[in-house]
Structure formats: structure tokens, C-alpha cells
Write a protein that binds this ligand. Sequence first.
Ligand code: NI
Length: 259
Amino acid sequence: MELKLFDVHAHYQDERFDGDRDELFEKMRADGVRGIVDSGDSAESSVKCIKTAEKYDFVYAAAGIHPLNVKYAKDGDIDKIRELLKHPKVVAVGEIGLDYHYEDTAPKEQQFYWLREQIKLAAETGKPIVFHDRDAHEDSFNVLKEASKMGVGGILHCFSGSVEMMREIIKIGFSISLGGAVTFKNARKTAEVAREVPLDRLLLETDCPYLSPEPFRGKRNYSSLIKYTAQKIADIKGISVEELCDVVYKNSIKIFGIS
Ligand code: NI
């Protein structure tokens, strides 16, 4: 039986796909990938994601400014993103969030400014957010609480927090997505999250070209490989991979309002 694969978070505008992007989309279609959300990380890259989504019926786009890019963001970018969100294939505001990992990123206040502006766009348009949190768990949770009070929901992508944090996130109406890292040997915490997360709040992603699941760790990732992540989570949960992919597919089209 063919698995129903849906990749809620991918970066196909990355230069590592420049040599074979179109071939790869055809291959993924043949591999049974039913849905991909190609995520922008700036106003410019979001436009490229939309172009790709226009070309392939199973590809959708997310438009947004990534926390690592806010230092390059310009006046008027919020208006640009607002316009892009009107496109029928733009299904989310993303990738947005907070990233305190690197020293040369924008200061917290600046990250918060762009994040809140984009959460307002999600509230205006009724679209979900795809949220990135790196080394910013506490601030992320607080800002997600604010978003939730504004009626905004969405996905915490590549979730790397604890089971306790996952439960808090779910309580305020968000879902989590897991990627290839759950297949890594040292992924004890993420494996625990995979076991405990309610099936109706779970999504799958590649975050490609990064984070290939085992046995492809270190190689370029792409959406067909999501089946290895799915298999690992199905094993952890003690259900079949078909059932897992089926539920995750339904969760994906529901959260993005795809019919
Ligand atoms: Ni990403």
C-alpha cells in the first residue's frame, strides 16, 4: 500500500536544489508525496515558493520572514507578505519565530517586532503560523500564548522541547511537527515527545535540505524521505506506518484548509 505522505515544512528554494528542482518534484510525485508546504524565509523567497506552488498541484507555499532574516527585513515587507497571503496556494504564515542560537542575529526586540507583526497578519487572514523556536523555548511559549488569544493557531515545527512543553503547546491549541531528528540515535527526548503527542496534533516534515532521517543522515533531504521519519514514529507509537501517515495527512489538510 502506498503511504500518504505530507511534508508540512520544506525549503525547496535553497540553492542545493538549484540543479535538479524540477526533476526532484516529479520524482517525489512518483514516490507518492501528496503534499508539500514550501516555506519562505523572506519576502523575496516567499515569492519563489509561490511560483513553485503554481507549477505543481501538490505543492503549497508559506509566506513569512524567518527570525534569522529579520535583520535584513525592510519597511514594507509586512505589506508584501500581506499581499502574498491572498494567493490561493499560500496556506500559512511562515517560517516565523525566535532564534537565539547564533551571536550575530537580530536582537530579541527586533525579532519580537517582526514576529508580532506577522502574527497579526495570521489573525487578519485566518491562516495558521509555522513557528521556529531555537534556544528560545520560554519566549516562544509566551508569544504563542499571545497568538492563541488572538485566535491564531498553527504548528511548532521541528519540535525540540520536552514532553511538558509539548503538552502546554497543545493545551493552547497548537500542533507540533517532527522531522528526521527523531530517527537519530541520541534523540531520546524527541522520541519521548513522539510517543506522548496525541495523534491528532502530530504533523511530519523534512525541513529539507536539512535533517535527513537515518539512514540518510548528513545527505541532502527531500520529501520522499519523510517515510523513514514516519516509520520511526509509528514504531514508537506501536501503530502501523500506514495508519500514522493517514492520520497525519488528514491533520495536514485540515490545518492548512486544503480540500
Ligand atoms: Ni525551516
